[in-house]
Write a protein that binds this ligand. Structure first.
Ligand SMILES: NC(=O)c1ccc[n+]([C@@H]2O[C@H](COP(=O)([O-])OP(=O)(O)OC[C@H]3O[C@@H](n4cnc5c(N)ncnc54)[C@H](O)[C@@H]3O)[C@@H](O)[C@H]2O)c1
Length: 336
């Protein structure tokens, strides 16, 4: 009998992943742990709630997390939960240190004490820092994070690898490029562009807009994470990114979305750059392709159209989220 714990399963990538494993009936039992903090909404799982066990818990509550692991004795753990918004990590790094490092420590101990067969730690290409012209990061590249967010993720990667080396805990790490798709909070770049354009509002773009990202459609990443979880080699790191054609400058991506939505490019407004803003993320995905025969399926244009369609069909969802975000920033920082 396979039992799977998914942390952060009410967030953007986590909820898409839970939908995938429920649809494919990969595991006999699926338990989602999420504190329903920033980015986490039970609504994101409404179509699968009858098929999973949902537990609202903060991973920083060490003894509660251990009790959950003790009760369910997972064979597989997929660890998505993290504080993820780089801008917020600059305003206040403390919750990033707690959730991303201490939260990871809780699940490592839970997995160790209950002999989990596989623990998949979901990380990011941001741990490598910015790529220079022509540079491309492999899994062997050194870690050089720039923001408190990416530094906390790099810390959790190292903690996971130490549990593999010291305790033989069967850990696998995935590092993916920027994701996009349904259920992404409208404080991340693509949903901000789409929803602002739908409201005929300006689109803020940092600096010159020339920063380069490789965009992977969320379903492709979820499929890759699942492949790593089922067939990846223990103790290994796997980079996950789309093909080179999904690499684009931020300003050109915004222009593409303007074109699809038939909105004027004059709505693009350049704003003061984020401190420590990485110029380019570029990772080599040949390891996962060669070892696990995984391939990204969704090109940028197709993925953008699917994502825009989702936001058009789910206006209530993103309007609620935008209102909550405005209120949060107003209450805590007097606005954005
Ligand atoms: N979004 C991307 O482009 C991207 C790219 C590469 C890697 N990642 C990684 O993928 C994972 C998921 O990212 P996402 O974009 O879905 O983020 P998200 O912010 O949408 O979701 C994160 C989820 O984790 C939960 N969470 C946070 N802290 C928690 C805690 N202490 N206890 C319990 N639950 C907690 C939140 O409530 C939320 O549901 C993260 O680990 C992130 O670093 C994201």
């Amino acid at each position: 009998m396979t039992r799977c714990i998914v942390t952060g399963g009410a967030g953007f990538i986590g909820s898409n992943f839970v939908r995938l494993i429920v649809k494919k009936q990969v595991f006999d039992k699926v338990v989602v742990i999420d504190k329903l903090g920033f980015g986490g909404f039970l609504e994101n799982l409404s179509d699968v709630l009858g098929k999973i066990t949902f537990i609202k818990e903060d991973l920083c509550n060490f003894s509660s997390v251990l009790r959950i692991f003790e009760e369910f004795k997972p064979t597989h753990v997929f660890h998505f939960a993290a504080e993820t918004h780089v801008d917020r990590s600059i305003i206040d790094p403390s919750s990033f240190i707690k959730s991303n490092i201490l939260g990871t420590y809780s699940i490592l101990e839970g997995a160790k004490k209950n002999s989990a067969e596989r623990l998949i730690h979901v990380s990011t290409d941001e741990v490598y820092g910015s790529a220079d012209s022509g540079e491309i990061f492999t899994e062997q590249s050194s870690l050089n994070p720039s923001s408190p967010y990416s530094a906390s993720k790099a810390s959790s990667d190292l903690l996971c690898l130490s549990y593999y080396k010291t305790f033989n805990l069967p850990v696998i790490i995935t590092r993916s490029s920027n994701n996009f798709g349904p259920y992404q909070l409208p404080e991340k770049f693509i949903p901000v562009v789409i929803t602002n354009l739908l409201e005929d509002k300006e689109i803020p773009i940092y600096g010159t807009g020339k920063n380069i990202r490789n965009w992977i459609y969320v379903d492709d990443n979820c499929e890759a994470i699942l492949q790593c979880g089922l067939f990846g080699k223990i103790g290994q790191v796997y980079n996950i990114s789309a093909d080179n054609s999904n690499e684009i400058e931020n300003v050109n991506l915004a222009k593409k979305i303007c074109k699809i939505l038939k909105k004027p490019e004059s709505l693009i407004k350049f704003v003061q750059d984020r401190p420590g803003h990485d110029f380019c993320y570029r990772i080599d995905n040949s390891k996962i392709k060669n070892e696990l025969n995984w391939r990204p399926k969704v090109d940028l244009d197709t993925g953008l159209q699917m994502t825009i369609n989702w936001y058009l069909e789910n206006e209530n969802w993103w309007r609620k989220r935008k209102k909550e975000l405005e209120e949060y920033y107003q209450q805590n920082y007097g606005g954005r």
